[in-house]
Design a protein around this ligand. Structure first.
Ligand code: URA
Ligand code: CA
Length: 434
């Protein structure tokens, strides 16, 4: 087979066979096909697309490019959750303990922050002593005993995606639905869970800007997951403003803990109840969404989800006392309030802008090797639709010094759009695709 012929076939809108797709994925992973040919191929896919069969074959070839995790030796239902990436999104730290406390086994491999979006591994390192890298045997043992693990990759999973993602990042080919579907689903399929729940973000702070695109991405991922033999559900949610009020690693951990203590509600909790409800229904552990929500809320009311978080933190080397006493978590030395200069209603909060501010405060990575300041970020005092009086706190900035806090203040003010009228109410959970 000649790679040049396959590029031409896709360029001209042809349909690739399973064999041809496997040839490309295996050849690229092994280093036999060069970047320039794969770049041309990705661009052809960007413009001509892949049909569902081709997308499925690409996903399977990527899944099989490296190790896959075998969870069949672990008792009970195994589930996994994935988000397409957002701002102030600490869903995993709330949802995973809730489900684990109900007996669903959660074996989750997470990533670090990317650009303006946060990463669960960075957030978890806020717990003093916490280990995100654990050996394979310990990973399996903890899934069985504790019921949950969140860690970095323990094996050589999906090497094809690592190479393809890095190439897409620099060739203008990230934003292609079949390429996003295969990237995400190949990793989820390699990680071995029976139930996969996907949080597809839609809006200014995410990859998919319109509900139509978000729907198409969600539907394609669900179909590919099903064809690969997994129960797959996708929830399309709004990402025009940050999900929670906190943006920044330790700040988001504190919000997750407050949510598990029943002290904080809102979109973050709503999303966890919806995603968790989808898992419980798929697992046959609840008949209806209402029943599922009740069970999930029960884990907050009786304290079992918070207990599970403590157990999990301890099992991965962290200090469980920091769950009870959040003053043991990293705290920024400088804390400044941003107050409203006018009265009205919050029309918009720029999620992307707030993510960038947090990055500049040191809460993300400017380069691959940057160290992250876990303590910094911002906590919003107002959300879209809230009424504001002059002098109300719009947000609080947490910074390492005055200079950074001052710069962040100016930029943060521009992230809030305030107008005289209440904005139209937006629907937060846009759709459940199953
Ligand atoms: N997240 C992924 O893992 N892959 C993509 O292509 C996009 C978002
Ligand atoms: Ca290997």
């Amino acid at each position: 087979m000649l790679m040049s012929e396959l590029i031409i076939k896709k360029r001209d809108g042809g349909k690739l066979t399973a064999e041809e797709i496997k040839f490309i994925v295996d050849g690229y992973t092994a280093g036999d096909i060069p970047d320039y040919q794969v770049s041309a191929f990705l661009m052809a896919v960007f413009f001509k697309g892949l049909d569902r069969e081709e997308t499925l074959q690409l996903t399977m070839a990527m899944r099989d490019s490296g190790d896959t995790l075998d969870l069949s030796g672990i008792s009970g239902v195994k589930a996994d959750k994935h988000s397409t990436g957002g701002v102030g999104d600490t869903t995993s730290l709330v949802l995973v303990p809730m489900l684990a406390s109900l007996g669903v086994k959660m074996a989750k491999m997470s990533g670090r922050g990317l650009g303006h979006t946060g990463g669960t591994l960075d957030k978890l390192e806020s717990f003093p002593g916490f280990q995100t890298g654990i050996p394979h045997e310990k990973f399996m043992e903890n899934v069985e005993k504790v019921g949950m693990v969140i860690a970095g990759q323990t094996a050589d999973l999906d090497p094809a995606d690592k190479k393809l993602y890095a190439l897409r990042d620099v060739t203008g080919t990230v934003n292609s639905i079949p390429l996003i579907v295969s990237s995400i689903m190949s990793k989820k399929l390699a990680a071995g869970a029976d139930i996969i729940v996907l949080d597809v973000k839609c809006g200014k702070g995410s990859f998919m800007k319109t509900p139509e695109d978000a729907h198409e991405l969600a539907a394609e991922m669900v179909e590919v997951g099903k064809l690969a033999g997994k129960k797959t559900i996708a929830v399309v949610t709004d990402m025009d403003q940050p999900l929670g009020n906190a943006v920044g690693n330790a700040l988001e951990v504190k919000e997750a803990i407050a949510t598990l203590k029943g002290e904080s509600a809102g979109d973050l909790l709503e999303l966890c109840l919806t995603l968790g409800g989808c898992v419980l229904k798929a697992a046959g552990m609840a008949e209806t969404m209402d029943e599922a929500r009740e069970r999930l809320l029960g884990t907050i009311q009786d304290g079992s989800a918070l207990e599970k978080l403590k157990e999990f933190v301890a099992a991965q080397g962290g200090d469980p006392r920091s769950v009870e006493d959040v003053s043991l978590l990293p705290a920024a030395p400088v804390c400044r309030e941003l107050r409203a200069a006018e009265s009205g209603y919050v029309q918009a909060v720029d999620a992307l802008g707030i993510g960038m501010i947090c990055l500049k405060l040191g809460g993300g990575r400017a380069t691959k090797d940057s160290t992250v300041d876990l303590s910094v970020g911002a906590v919003m005092g107002k959300r879209v639709g809230d009424s504001v009086q002059t002098g109300d706190v719009l947000a609080t900035i947490y910074s390492s010094d005055e200079a950074h806090a001052g710069a962040a203040r100016e930029e943060l003010l521009r992230c809030f759009t305030i107008g005289p009228d209440a904005p139209e109410k937006t629907v937060f959970i846009k759709e459940i695709v199953e």
